[in-house]
Design a protein around this ligand. Structure first.
Ligand SMILES: [Zn+2]
Length: 139
């Protein structure tokens, strides 16, 4: 499997802002696009409101999935934050991965700075090359 995930710069900014806005709980959502390239972000409420776990609110998740389908996109990645930890998968993230075909973007905080990394979690955990691409003109 080729290991790359392409993310527009504005979406990376959005991900960091979403994580920073909720420093006391993990935030989560979906990243949609085509192939390895993301071009849309769909935040979903963390039903657990926990700083150490997330579970996407079921109705909001179904709605987000439908919006992805209706826009002609595919689910490319799941994202969530680690407000008190590094951006790497926890044992729970690996054990409870419900989307084996999707990549996982984790936004973690280390030393006050939010950083994002991308992984595949099925089989052996593998880090993907998170390639930040310039925003498309005219979007
Ligand atoms: Zn996690």
């Amino acid at each position: 499997m080729p290991g790359v995930l392409r993310l527009p710069a504005r979406l990376l900014t959005d991900l960091r802002a979403h994580a920073a806005a909720r420093p006391d709980e993990e935030v989560c959502g979906l990243l949609a696009g085509h192939g390895d390239t993301v071009d849309a972000r769909l935040p979903v409420e963390n039903a657990l409101h926990s700083p150490q776990a997330y579970d996407m609110e079921p109705a909001a998740l179904i709605d987000a999935m439908r919006r992805i389908r209706e826009s002609g996109r595919e689910l490319v990645a799941i994202y969530h934050s680690h407000p008190h930890g590094e951006p790497r998968p926890s044992p729970t993230d690996v054990a409870e991965n419900r989307y084996p075909e999707a990549a996982h973007v984790i936004i973690g905080r280390k030393g006050g700075e939010w950083r994002a990394r991308a992984f595949r979690l099925e089989g052996e955990v593998a880090e993907l090359d998170l390639e930040v691409v310039p925003d498309a003109a005219g979007g």
